[in-house]
Design a protein around this ligand. Structure first.
Ligand code: ADP
Ligand code: MG
Length: 366
């Protein structure tokens, strides 16, 4: 990739765990290990994975809101990994974050004007004379009006509050925004509005996004590339269409199979990943996914698979080629699928096929 906005190499964050009055370190939470990726101008890299997989740790460490244990972060060609605080503050202008819960991240005692003025003045984006104009401008870009500036966070609806969060991130003219589950707390129609707004802003300003989400249907809509995170590691990274049409890691497959899609040719898999995510305090040996993986062999228990390239995909699985071979017999799969569909439909387990969608739609009309 030529001149990525963000380049992350082998980034690792292990939180030490202490116990006793001497605060002896008894272990560490391996929240993120050896994560590498790049994001270009105008590009969205989505990071997906179940809760506790290290997504937020990754997002915050990239911005150095959390200090990395090791690894390297470059923003717009500058190494920010060891950058001292005064210089880092200047770089902070170029990298911003939007949180899932804007209520929690906005100061309840500050009006929107005060919330927006703070970063603008701190980073010298504008002087006092230009302040009101810039505030009006970012409010308008975020789909709000000038009169919203005098209001407090509690006076907004959830969707509007997220717009305030976006306005604050946008204010300093960043090149990169980390979006940490920005629409996860909103209902579906608001989700679409906020996602569309983020996409428009990306087009207008060439923003690079790291878009963290556990919702694959949102990711499919907004991402250019997707990284799948499991117990602190990227297990698969691919362009969005490749990832959804040809997932090579069993964990990716289990995540995709769990997406509830209103598509009659898709049926929910009976065996998504078994059990819960193990503790990051003592991840399983070998491939950390092996205790939940339907394909696991002795090799997986003993040897951690390195990430390797297969086509445009980077994948860390000993058995990734088998997934590729499975694709070759796709026509047979389709026939089997049709048979299974017919059976399920007869049994009343699925609601709709192309022949009876009319009823389904009528049932949904409010
Ligand atoms: P996600 O955003 O994917 O849900 P997190 O990054 O929040 O994941 O958490 C990853 C792992 O790190 C979890 O096991 C979590 O309990 C642990 N963790 C997060 N923050 C801390 C912290 N400050 N100290 C110790 N462990 C932490
Ligand atoms: Mg999180």
């Amino acid at each position: 990739m030529s001149d990525p906005v963000l380049k992350v190499e082998n980034l690792t964050k292990h939180y030490p765990v202490h116990r006793g009055i001497l605060r002896r370190q008894i272990g560490s939470v391996q929240a993120m290990t050896d994560v590498s990726f790049e994001v270009a101008r105008g590009e969205t890299l989505a990071v997906v994975g179940e809760s506790g997989c290290g997504k937020s740790t990754m997002g915050r460490t990239v911005l150095r809101l959390i200090e990395p244990t090791s690894g390297r972060i470059s923003l717009e060609g500058q190494n920010v990994t060891d950058m001292p605080r005064p210089e880092l503050r200047e770089m902070r202008r170029r990298m911003q974050i939007i949180f899932q819960d804007p209520y929690g991240s906005l100061n309840p005692r500050m009006t929107v004007r005060e919330t927006l003025a703070e970063p603008l003045l701190l980073h010298g984006v504008t002087d006092r004379a230009g302040l009101d104009d810039r505030i009006d401008e970012v409010l308008s870009l975020s789909g709000l009006s000038s009169f919203h500036a005098e209001r407090y966070p509690h006076e907004f609806s959830g969707g509007q509050r997220q717009r305030v969060g976006i306005a604050r991130a946008l204010a300093t003219r960043p090149g990169l925004i980390v979006c940490d589950e920005p629409v996860s707390a909103l209902d579906v129609s608001l989700q679409a509005q906020i996602v569309n707004l983020l996409q428009k802003l990306q087009r207008d300003f060439g923003l690079a996004y790291v878009f963290i989400s556990h919702d694959l249907s949102v990711v499919r809509h907004i991402a250019d590339r997707v990284a799948v995170m499991y117990l602190g590691r990227f297990v698969e990274q691919a362009p969005v269409e490749t990832l959804f049409s040809r997932p090579l890691h069993p964990y990716t497959r289990s995540l995709i199979k769990r997406v509830p899609l209103p598509d009659p040719t898709r049926i929910r898999d009976e065996t998504p990943a078994r059990g819960d995510v193990p503790s990051a305090l003592s991840p399983p040996s070998g491939c950390a996914f092996h205790p939940r993986c339907p394909m696991a062999t002795d090799l997986c228990k003993e040897v951690r698979p390195e990430s390797r390239a297969i086509g445009e995909t980077f994948v860390a699985c000993h058995h990734a080629e088998q997934q590729l071979e499975a694709r070759v017999v796709a026509p047979v799969e389709r026939k089997t699928l049709a048979r299974r569909l017919a059976v399920l439909e007869k049994a009343g387990k699925i609601a709709q096929t192309p022949t009876n969608t009319k009823n389904h739609k009528a049932g949904n009309t409010r």
